[in-house]
Design a protein around this ligand. Structure first.
Ligand code: KIV
Ligand code: NA
Length: 263
């Protein structure tokens, strides 16, 4: 039986930390499933770690749809979360629905879209029409050209307050999970206390409902630059499966991330 959003929300409410990991193919899906990963994210990070691009911007709907189908086939238990790629949802809520429906038909259980207040209306439109939504706030890599680089967000009082406001508005619009990327741990803690739905962090400290990492980062096989929040779980692990198990265990035991992985 596959995890449902209500089961995941209840487990998070009971204090269990949720372990999310990115996944792009059926073999890793089966391995991660067996290792106890709660949520498999078909991230548009696939543009970087699978395709070799230097950003997520070139990723297309056809490509995400293909990888979602691979991951859904390879897993039995994990909740399948799919990224809406750049250009697939920003134009209108109708465009977002059309493309989200494709990802749901391919096997996704929920879609993730980048953006704060600007995505409130789209989030409500999708949830009202049967598409569960994970919000993604903070460092939203599809906006790298607006930010002028991959920069930690929420460092000023005003921007931190805005993140809290955005998360509350997205939750009120129906978002079932709020993912936060690259922000001070204290800001992520404030957001987590402000919403009832689970929060998942990457570079957002320990005071969140769960963690996510990019598979190729935590296995130390991505040749590009490594962010501060990445930990190599292959160190000391006898196999890839053991590395993924160590990650799940560290998330559940609240031993990852440490202060050295946080902002
Ligand atoms: O695309 C991705 O892998 C992501 C995670 C980094 C959260 O969005
Ligand atoms: Na992404």
């Amino acid at each position: 039986m596959r995890n449902t959003i209500s089961q995941l929300q209840e487990r998070a409410r009971n204090g269990e930390k949720l372990a999310m990991l990115t996944c792009y193919d059926a073999s890793f899906a089966a391995l991660s499933d067996a290792a106890g990963v709660d949520i498999l994210l078909i991230g548009d990070s696939l543009g970087m770690v699978i395709q070799g691009h230097d950003s997520t911007l070139p990723v297309t709907m056809d490509q995400v749809e293909y990888h979602v189908a691979c991951v859904a086939r390879g897993s039995e238990k994990a909740f399948v979360l799919a990224d809406l790629p750049f250009g697939a949802f920003q134009e209108s809520k109708e465009q977002a629905f059309r493309n989200s429906a494709r990802l749901m038909a391919a096997g996704a259980n929920m879609v993730k879209l980048e953006g704060g207040a600007v995505m409130v209306e789209t989030t409500r439109f999708l949830v009202d029409r049967g598409i569960p939504v994970c919000a993604h706030i903070g460092l939203t890599p599809q906006s790298v050209n607006v930010f002028g680089g991959y920069k930690v967000q929420g460092k000023t009082d005003t921007s931190a307050d805005q993140l809290v406001k955005d998360a509350k508005a997205l939750e009120a619009a129906g978002a079932g999970i709020v993912l936060m990327e690259a922000m001070p741990a204290g800001v992520a803690k404030r957001v987590t206390e402000a919403v009832k739905v689970p929060t998942i962090g990457i570079g957002a400290g320990i005071d969140v409902s769960g963690q996510v990492l990019v598979l190729h980062d935590m296995l130390d096989i991505y040749p590009g630059r490594k962010a501060r929040f990445v930990k190599n779980f292959m160190l000391g692990a006898p196999s890839v499966k053991a590395a993924i198990e160590a990650y799940v265990k560290a998330v559940k035991a609240k031993t990852f991330p440490g202060p050295e992985h946080s902002f």
